[in-house]
Design a protein around this ligand. Structure first.
Ligand code: PCA
Length: 201
């Protein structure tokens, strides 16, 4: 069977997040090989426009079977499987390019939400089986993570690809913020568990 093509993305540090564990995980995974998976790994800039241009062009180039994007949400205490991306960017902090968006549509006239097309129930079960804290989330926020999730889903829809798209928010890296977070080993194991589950179809 042909290897499954996975586009895996994380993000650079931003705002008060000095160490972005999503970047560390993506770099760790990029340095390894996983049977049955052909992974294209990329750390996206935490900036609306730049990350949008990059994720859309990566999808066109790679034509992946799966897009799995990850980002940190420091206040969460479990791996959050995002169920939907909303067509709205609105926050109180600017992105890394200095752009501040307040109540802006991502794609004017685009759908209000795109639902995740990854098998989230299976990912939840696989993480549970490894005793890794996991939850479903209906709110990916309105900052750059949600933006990338929405744009990835939108690009796949426009191109009519069978690609499955999803987004996972991870807790803070323990010891790097005021939040308890989880150790890097656990965060990395969580994403590897999801990838291995995705190989199965
Ligand atoms: N988290 C931010 C953007 C980059 C990241 O890792 C978010 O939740 O939108």
């Amino acid at each position: 069977m042909a290897a499954k093509r996975v586009l895996l993305t994380g993000f650079t540090p931003f705002g008060s997040v000095a160490v972005n564990p999503s970047q560390l995980i993506v770099q760790h995974i990029a340095a390894r090989t996983y049977p049955g998976l052909a992974i294209t790994a990329e750390v996206l800039p935490t900036a609306y426009r730049e990350s949008e241009v990059r994720i859309r062009s990566l999808i066109r180039e790679v034509q992946p079977d799966v897009v799995l994007s990850i980002g940190v949400a420091q206040r969460r205490d479990a791996i959050s499987l995002e169920r939907r991306a909303q067509n709205r960017s609105s926050t109180t902090i600017p992105d890394n390019s200095g752009l501040l968006l307040t109540d802006a549509s991502i794609v004017p006239d685009g759908p209000t939400v795109y639902g995740a097309t990854l098998p989230l129930e299976r990912l939840h079960a696989a993480l549970n089986a490894r005793a890794i804290p996991v939850e479903f989330s209906d709110d990916a926020g309105a900052y750059v993570c949600n933006h990338v999730f929405y744009c990835a889903s939108d690009e796949v829809a426009r191109l009519g690809l069978p690609t499955r798209c999803g987004f996972i928010h991870i807790p803070a890296l323990a010891g790097t913020s005021e939040y308890p977070g989880l150790p890097l080993d656990t965060l990395t194991a969580a994403i590897e568990t999801c990838l291995l589950e995705l190989v199965r179809g």
